[in-house]
Design a protein around this ligand. Structure first.
Ligand SMILES: Cc1cc2nc3c(=O)[nH]c(=O)nc-3n(C[C@H](O)[C@H](O)[C@H](O)COP(=O)(O)OP(=O)(O)OC[C@H]3O[C@@H](n4cnc5c(N)ncnc54)[C@H](O)[C@@H]3O)c2cc1C
Length: 317
C-alpha cells in the first residue's frame, strides 16, 4: 500500500520513517518485505515548527515498481546521429544505445576531464577556449552548476526514468524521492562520464571536438559534416540554446524554424536568513536546508514567475 502524509520530526532516520509507516499500516516490522520512500518534503505551514512529510510504499509482499523500458530495435542500415552531448543529447544517445541502434554522437566541445581544466583557466585567467567552456562540451550548459534537477515534463514515467538512470550511474539515491533533488557538481560530472562509457559499451560512439558545420538533405537521407562526413536517416539535434552559428547554418540550409516566446529575467539577491525567516519562521536551523520559494503571477500579458533559485549560494560576481 502507499501511505501519504506521514509527518515526522526534522532529521528523522530511515528506520524511524519505517517504524512510523509500520504503525500506520498495521504491520509488524519483521513482516515488511517492501519499503520504499516515494517522496520526502518539508511541511513549513506552521512557522517555527517545520516537519518532514513522507509518502512511502510498504507491504508484506514483494512489490516492485516496474522499470521504465523502451522497445529494442537493433542495428539498422544507418546509425542514428545525435548532435550535442548536453542533457538532451546524452539521454537521446543512451535510449538509442539501449535500443541497440549504436548511435554516433558528435559534440563540438571537450570531454569532461579536459573541459574542467579549460573552465578553470577561463575562471582564473579569463581566457576563453571556444571548444571547452561553461556552455560547450560533455554534459552541456549546466555541467558546472550544482545539478539541480528541474524539469517541466508532466510525464511521470519519463521523469522517473531520468532519475533512476542518474542513480544507476552514481547520483545519490535520495534524488528519487526528494522534493527538490540535486546531484551536486562532482557527482554530476562522474555520472555524465559513466553514462558516456555505458553508451560506448552498448556500441555507441562519442566524438568530441566534432562540431557539426553542415547538415543537408540527400534524398531520404541526411548528410552531416563534422569531423568527417556521415550519411544517416535520423539526426537528433540536441544543440541547446548557445550554438548561434549552428542555427544560422540550419537556417541557411532552409530548415524550418520559428521563434519561441521568450522571457526576460532579472537577478535578485536576497539574504538567506531573510528567506529562512519568511519560509521557516527561523533565520537558520541546523536540520533545515537553506529555504527557497517560488512565485507565479498570471496576467493578461503573460505572467511573471520566479525561475531558478540558488538557495544558500554565494554571490561571486
Ligand atoms: C551556468 C548554468 C547553470 C545551470 N544550472 C542548472 C541547474 O542547476 N538545473 C537545471 O535544470 N538547469 C540548469 N541550467 C540550464 C541547463 O543547463 C539547460 O537547460 C540544459 O543544459 C539544456 O540541455 P540541452 O542538452 O538541451 O542543451 P545544452 O546543455 O546547451 O547542450 C548542447 C550541447 O550541444 C553542443 N553543440 C552545440 N552546437 C553543436 C554543433 N554544431 N556540433 C556539435 N555539438 C554542438 C554543445 O557543445 C553542448 O554541449 C543551467 C545553465 C547554465 C548556463
Amino acid at each position: 500500500m502507499i501511505l501519504h502524509d506521514l509527518f515526522l520530526p526534522l532529521g528523522s532516520t530511515q528506520s524511524e520513517v519505517k517504524a512510523t509507516s509500520c504503525r500506520k499500516a498495521g504491520l509488524a516490522e519483521k513482516a515488511v518485505r517492501t519499503f520504499t520512500i516515494l517522496r520526502k518534503s518539508l511541511d513549513a505551514r506552521k512557522k517555527g515548527a517545520v516537519r518532514e512529510v513522507y509518502s512511502v510504499l510498504i507491504s508484506d509482499q514483494e512489490e516492485i515498481i516496474p522499470p521504465v523500458t523502451f522497445p529494442y530495435v537493433g542495428e539498422r542500415e544507418y546509425r542514428p546521429i545525435v548532435v550535442g552531448f548536453g542533457p538532451a543529447g546524452i539521454f537521446a544517445a543512451y535510449v538509442l544505445a539501449l535500443a541497440g541502434m549504436r548511435p554516433l554522437v558528435l559534440e563540438r566541445g571537450l570531454p569532461m576531464e579536459k573541459r574542467i581544466k579549460k573552465v578553470d583557466v577561463l575562471w582564473q585567467e579569463g581566457v576563453l577556449d571556444p571548444k571547452g567552456n561553461a556552455e560547450y562540451g560533455e554534459g552541456g550548459a549546466g555541467a558546472f552548476s550544482d545539478g539541480k534537477l528541474n524539469s517541466g515534463i508532466k510525464e511521470k514515467d519519463l521523469s522517473r526514468f531520468v532519475l533512476e538512470t542518474f542513480v544507476k550511474f552514481g547520483a545519490p539515491e535520495e534524488i528519487l524521492y526528494l522534493n527538490k533533488p540535486h546531484i551536486g557538481t562532482d557527482r554530476l560530472r562522474d555520472t555524465v562520464r559513466r553514462m558516456r562509457e555505458e553508451i560506448c559499451r552498448l556500441g555507441g560512439e562519442v566524438h568530441f571536438e566534432a562540431q557539426m558545420t553542415d547538415l543537408c538533405a540527400d534524398g531520404a537521407l541526411a548528410r552531416v559534416t563534422a569531423d568527417g562526413e556521415y550519411l544517416t536517416d535520423r539526426v537528433v539535434l540536441a544543440i541547446g540554446h548557445s550554438a548561434r552559428d549552428t542555427y544560422e547554418t540550419l537556417l541557411s540550409r532552409g530548415f524550418f524554424m520559428e521563434n519561441k516566446p521568450f522571457a526576460v529575467g532579472v537577478r535578485i539577491e536576497q539574504l538567506q536568513r531573510d528567506i529562512n525567516q519568511a519560509m521557516y519562521g527561523v533565520p537558520s536551523a541546523p536540520l533545515l536546508p537553506p529555504a527557497d520559494y517560488k512565485v507565479v503571477e498570471h496576467t493578461a500579458q503573460g505572467g511573471v514567475y520566479s525561475f531558478c533559485m540558488c538557495p544558500g549560494g554565494y554571490v561571486v560576481c
